[in-house]
Design a protein around this ligand. Structure first.
Ligand code: HEC
Length: 132
């Protein structure tokens, strides 16, 4: 009898955990994950190249261009955020930071690094408020 009770409790806990997990997965979408994952890879590549003092257009410009284009899709990818003015502001701040970074002449790694830092800060600002 006792083992039967534990068995039933186990089934209930299992079902509750599955429902919780499925809900957590549904809150995200493949689209929003994709946008963030691509931008994450570009930032990682930028960081690695800067650390190694590689600051040619093929080290930085390509990544920044991809990041900038994908950043256009932040709002459509997070459909549940529609109408949230602060979220939209963070997204356009990021695009502005990426535009500025693309405008920096690649004459020194220090200049490029400072510009990429600003992009990174724009990512962090939104994550601080929305990525919990
Ligand atoms: C306007 C808001 C906003 C901006 C700007 C933003 N993010 Fe995000 N990011 C989010 C949110 C919200 C999540 C959580 C996604 C979720 O739970 O589906 C997230 C999650 C992520 C993740 C984790 C993805 C995953 O699959 O768990 C990465 C990586 C990421 N962001 C990278 C970046 C990078 C790099 C930048 C800047 C170039 C950036 N993000 C800018 C809102 C933003």
């Amino acid at each position: 009898m006792r083992s039967l009770i534990f068995f039933v409790i186990g089934i209930f806990i299992g079902a509750a955990c599955t429902a919780y997990g499925v809900n957590a997965l549904n809150r995200r979408s493949a689209y929003s994950d994709g946008v963030m994952t691509v931008m994450g890879h570009q930032m990682k590549s930028l960081g690695q190249n800067l650390k190694q003092n590689h600051c040619t257009p093929s080290d930085l410009t390509t990544q920044l261009q991809t990041l900038r284009l994908v950043a256009n899709d932040i709002e459509p990818a997070f459909a549940s955020m529609q109408g949230d003015a602060q979220f939209d502001r963070y997204a356009s701040d990021l695009r502005a930071a990426a535009d500025s970074a693309l405008a920096v002449p690649l004459t020194s790694c220090a200049l490029a690094s400072a510009a990429v830092d600003k992009v990174d800060k724009a990512c962090d600002s939104c994550h601080r408020d929305y990525n919990q």
